[in-house]
Ligand binder design. Structure first.
Ligand code: EPS
Length: 401
């Protein structure tokens, strides 16, 4: 990222998750509610584990905000881990006077960072690896993403995601990538999985219940929409400029995400060009001519830059690696074959991952906006965006709908 820099810190059972987001213009209205709403959405979803009953994730600003507005200085946000109260000895900071309080974890879980992390950091106790590798880390991303979403609202941009499938159950709702209103967002937020198909939602519940009974876990697919954005974000001069590359990389950085695509890229690869590319047409306008696209098969990017149509990014999440009926593994202390370590976990967290996906997309798009429009104060940013959109409108190249 160029202008907007995010870093997070925190162990899953340590005292807190922390995020520092730097590069946000001064004067942006920002409240705890802006952040807490998404922290709470990240905790939801049928199939979450016992940890979500312990936590009520709420943020505290430690820096960068004064009297309800950003200062243009690094924003530091803290979210406490309530569960830390149950882990003070195991996760203590001071060196213990006698033996370590808890026995070392020495049996890695297939699919988690345990084994590769132990090799990388020379750790005999896998807890030193899994505490940071835990998806609890995504609390900090969601906090930073909520700041990015608040900034994007100033440019008339919205980011929201929905779940397309959990395990083998898929949504059958039909949507039009050109029209964000073709998704029933109220149904998405009402559903227990973040899915707009009520029937699929009910079958997803059954699938999660069956998986739980079998000691199994489930993955799924989610889709992030971003709409109201102007054309010209990103670039094609250098590899790192391309908006699609930045978006796909950011979404793929979410724990357990193993596949990403822009729109229906994999399906499109099987079709011929005339069936994939969106026609450019003259739109009916009362005052003067303007070009546009009747379809949005490209899902918002052409040539590595936004084209003013909604962005749609899809991501595939693998099943969570911690299984209550564990897979074969090896005890690294005794070098004998045993069953993997069992740690409390979720059956499925696709619903939560889609909120993290929204955060990552918001961070990339907000960063691209700041790259293009700058602005140390939000008024400069608003003015630069408005001037650019005015020029596009006068030339008939794009109009905000
Ligand atoms: C998570 C907290 C964790 C897990 C989950 C995500 O809590 P705990 O490990 O204390 O039960 O529920 O972590 C993982 C899925 C993982 O693979 O590590 C959270 O806050 O999202």
């Amino acid at each position: 990222m160029g202008h907007l820099r995010l870093s997070t810190a925190g162990e899953s059972h340590g005292p807190a998750e922390v995020c520092i987001i730097d590069g946000v213009p001064a004067g942006l209205p920002l409240s705890r509610e802006d952040i807490d709403a998404d922290l709470s959405r990240r905790q939801q979803g049928y199939g979450r584990g016992g940890r979500m009953l312990i936590e009520t994730d709420r943020c505290r600003f430690l820096a960068g905000v004064r009297l309800g507005k950003t200062l243009g200085t690094p924003i530091c946000i803290l979210v406490e881990n309530r569960d830390h109260a149950n882990w003070t000895e195991t996760m203590g900071v001071e060196e213990p006077e006698s033996d370590p309080p808890a026995a070392a974890l020495t049996v890695p879980r297939p699919g988690h960072a345990d084994l590769a992390g132990a090799a990388k950091f020379a750790q005999d106790d896998l807890r030193n690896v899994l505490e940071r590798a835990s998806a609890r880390e995504t609390v900090g991303r969601v906090a930073g993403g909520a700041v990015a979403k608040r900034l994007l609202l100033e440019a008339g941009v919205h980011v929201q995601g929905r779940v397309l499938s959990v395990g083998s159950v898929s949504s059958t709702s039909r949507v039009d990538f050109a029209d964000p209103a073709s998704v029933d967002w109220t149904a998405v937020e009402r559903s227990s999985f973040g899915c707009d198909d009520e029937r699929a939602d009910a079958r997803m519940r059954e699938e999660v219940d069956t998986a739980r009974e079998a000691g199994e876990s489930l993955g799924g697919v989610f889709e992030i929409w971003c709409w109201g954005l102007c054309p010209g974000l990103g670039g094609f001069n250098q590899p790192g400029d391309r908006l699609d590359g930045r978006l796909l990389g950011a979404v793929a950085s979410i724990p357990a995400i193993k596949g990403v695509e822009v729109g229906e890229a994999f399906a499109g690869a099987k079709l011929s060009g005339s069936k994939v590319h969106d026609h450019i047409v003259l739109l009916e306008q009362e005052d003067s001519a303007c070009v546009g696209r009747p379809t949005n098969r490209c899902a918002g990017t052409e040539g590595g830059i936004s084209n003013g149509m909604p962005l749609v990014i899809r991501a595939a999440m693998k099943p969570i690696p911690t299984l209550t009926r564990p897979l074969p593994s090896v005890d690294l202390r005794t070098m004998t074959a045993v069953a993997a370590h069992v740690e409390r976990s979720d059956v499925s967290a696709v619903t939560a991952a889609r909120v993290v996906g929204e955060a990552m997309v918001a961070l990339v798009v907000a960063d691209a906006y700041l790259d293009k429009f700058g602005g140390d104060h939000i008024a400069d940013f608003r003015q630069a965006v408005a001037a650019y959109e005015k020029r596009l409108g006068e030339k008939g190249l794009w109009r905000r709908s």
